[in-house]
Design a protein around this ligand. Structure first.
Ligand code: SF4
Length: 214
């Protein structure tokens, strides 16, 4: 790690030593469903609907046989619920038919499932299987840009590649969660709390509204 990344990593360790996945899950199937549902909504909302969803459909086999209207009823309080209900059922059918209900430990296989994009696959592979992947969501992307680790017009894929080059593999999972915590609780999209941001991070920040002396 270069000096800048070392300093940022140290600050993140101090700020968020216990950063972790805030989605509730008991197994690989539940984690995949939860991450798939988490697009454009909060983990809190996902946890509310998955509590009910996993009670009725605890395995891929059961979800594969679900009626889309029934699933929609359960998840209707989260964004894009219509598409998500369809994707959940299609994804469960593939899991059941091709992988015996288990979530594949392979990125290509994962991204071939309905509703599973690169971010979802990376999060599951890192969170559940401890494999060196870096999930880039809206928070990670914003922090990477504000801290000049990526350019404003970089694609998600480019940001992922840059972060994987900057941080050692052993830190991918932890840094991913710490950047999400930072985006949720400190460096918020509209009103970042720059007065609470440590100097070690602030000195690298290029967010125009940030007052470096605050
Ligand atoms: S100084 Fe403000 S905008 Fe910059 S990283 Fe810290 S909280 Fe975010």
């Amino acid at each position: 790690m270069n000096q800048k990344i070392k300093t940022i990593a140290e600050c993140l360790d101090e700020l968020f030593p216990d950063a972790h996945c805030e989605l509730n899950y008991q197994n690989d199937f539940e984690l995949l469903c939860a991450v798939l549902l988490s697009a454009q909504t909060t983990d809190e909302r996902v946890n509310l609907v998955t509590k009910e969803l996993f009670k009725i459909y605890p395995t891929a086999k059961e979800l594969a046989k679900a009626d889309v209207k029934e699933v929609e009823k359960i998840i209707h309080s989260i964004g894009l619920y219509h598409n998500k209900a369809q994707n959940l059922i299609k994804m469960a059918r593939s899991l059941d038919a091709k992988y015996d209900g288990k979530v594949p430990k392979d990125k290509e296989a994962l991204t071939s499932l309905s509703g599973v994009g690169t971010k979802t696959a990376n999060v599951v592979l890192s969170e559940y299987y401890d494999l060196p992947y870096f999930g880039v969501d809206t928070h990670v992307s914003r922090i990477a840009k504000r801290l000049n680790m990526a350019k404003d017009d970089d694609s998600v894929l480019k940001i992922e590649t840059k972060l994987m080059r900057l941080f050692p593999k052993s830190r991918y999972k932890k840094t991913h969660h710490q950047m999400i915590f930072m985006g949720r609780y400190l460096c918020k999209a509209k009103k970042p709390e720059c007065d609470k941001c440590p100097q070690g991070i602030k000195k690298y920040c290029r967010f125009s509204a940030c007052d470096k002396d605050a």
